[in-house]
Write a protein that binds this ligand. Structure first.
Ligand SMILES: CC(C)(COP(=O)(O)OP(=O)(O)OC[C@H]1O[C@@H](n2cnc3c(N)ncnc32)[C@H](O)[C@@H]1OP(=O)(O)O)[C@@H](O)C(=O)NCCC(=O)NCCS
Length: 139
């Protein structure tokens, strides 16, 4: 079953402006080390950050919380598989919220997809609940 969906569209030029203005203060408040090292070695630094910004906003919507003041942005973070496919990780308050919304006997799986076409970066997040295997019925 689907527990939540979220989407966000981020403006790459606005992210570039924030990077220019606040630099490491912005980077370190919002993005994990893995996200930063991926973005900083890309040709399109701001585009890479903008996709991850959109992913965090979309994830907060799928979690049903939105982005309240003082939220720990780094508790939602994106890594990539070797194939390039993005993966969303949640820790802290976001992991607590995910646990809270997951019915007993189910595990939650977060699906995320990203795209960009200057000046826009977009993310969709879907949170799925799958029944846990009942170990008592296993051979
Ligand atoms: C996946 C692919 C279609 C993306 O197309 P694109 O138009 O260049 O890029 P978009 O702007 O639409 O999307 C980029 C995002 O797609 C996602 N993406 C990349 N590869 C993906 C994959 N295999 N599956 C799902 N999503 C993928 C990433 O999140 C990426 O952004 P990020 O690198 O900043 O995280 C393209 O990269 C492709 O065909 N790759 C072929 C697979 C490949 O070369 N794999 C190499 C390792 S096996």
């Amino acid at each position: 079953m689907i527990l939540g969906i979220g989407t966000d569209l981020a403006n790459i030029d606005r992210i570039q402006g924030t990077l220019d203005r606040f630099g490491d203060r912005f980077r370190n408040r919002v993005f994990t080390e893995i996200e930063q090292s991926k973005a900083e070695r890309r040709a399109d630094v701001a585009g890479t950050y903008a996709k991850r910004w959109a992913a965090k906003e979309a994830c907060s919507k799928a979690l049903g919380t939105g982005l309240a003041m003082g939220i720990a942005w780094k508790d939602m973070s994106v890594t990539n598989l070797r194939t390039g496919q993005p993966v969303m990780h949640v820790t802290g308050w976001a992991a607590d919220r995910l646990k809270e919304m997951t019915p007993e006997g189910y595990e939650a799986i977060i699906h995320v997809t990203l795209t960009d076409d200057h000046p826009w970066a977009q993310a969709f997040v879907v949170i799925e609940a799958r029944p846990l295997q009942d170990s008592t019925t296993q051979p």
